[in-house]
Design a protein around this ligand. Sequence first.
Ligand code: SAM
Length: 292
Amino acid sequence: MNRREPDQDESAAAPARGGLLWVVATPIGNLGDLSPRAVEVLRTADLILAEDTRHTRPLLQQFGIGTPLWALHEHNEAGMVARCLARLAAGQRLALVSDAGTPLVSDPGFRLVRAAREAGIEVSPVPGPCALIAALSVAGLPSDRFCFEGFLPARAAARREAIARLRAEPRTLIFYESAHRIVEALADLAAGLGAERRATLARELTKRFETVLHGTLQQLQARCAIDPDQQRGEFVLVVEGAADDAMARLAEGRRIQALLAAHLPPSTAARLAAELSGAPRKALYDSAKAEA
Ligand code: SAM
């Protein structure tokens, strides 16, 4: 039985088949990006689990897919898991989709996938579009290692704190951001990571008004702030990682040391800050002594 060709594995003589959960990527804008295999899996599944049925139904109609549809979103996922597991245990094949892109990537589905795995049910990906990968692929920033941060916190203080923790991160950073916070987020990133950090702002990827802007964080913030068109739609922000140099490590060490100094003796604060940042302990201790 070849599960990669679901149209070929239905046979009256076949023994009872095992349940299977497919995790299916759908387009992030351009419907042409729904793969032929995704169409086939969605067509032959017993049931599709969709983040928002109102969003997924038109997509299915477009491809002439009449498979039954259930809603599975962050507010009902905990309760839906048992119902889905019962169907999977009975040998059904379920397909999980989200509103756009790859399920579980800043989208629901994690609880269901974990529960299915724990129940010994096969879980299989049908890969395809994902906004962060699409943005990274055109950013022109180092892509051998990267760090996906999802959405930054909505509240300014929490957002700035989250950004401060990333200041010394050497890997390329990737963020999702909403239209109404993009200018604010760029300003906070420029202030927290350095105005001269290079970045790419990928907007409305694969859609009619796709734009991919490159520049420093400061330039991108200025561009978005004066152009209302650049404040509409969906965004991925790709930011180059921190230069792994001694100055960056020292700056990060000093930041950590200042936080620890409120609770610990100076020598302990300097030792822990050195371990966490990679900066020399003596340099941290000496600079704290000089400031005292
Ligand atoms: N699961 C999706 C994926 O695989 O990319 C992400 C879902 S998340 C709830 C939605 C966010 O992804 C948007 O707010 C935006 O940051 C980003 N996004 C989705 N589609 C996009 C597009 N076409 N262009 C740019 N960003 C997009």
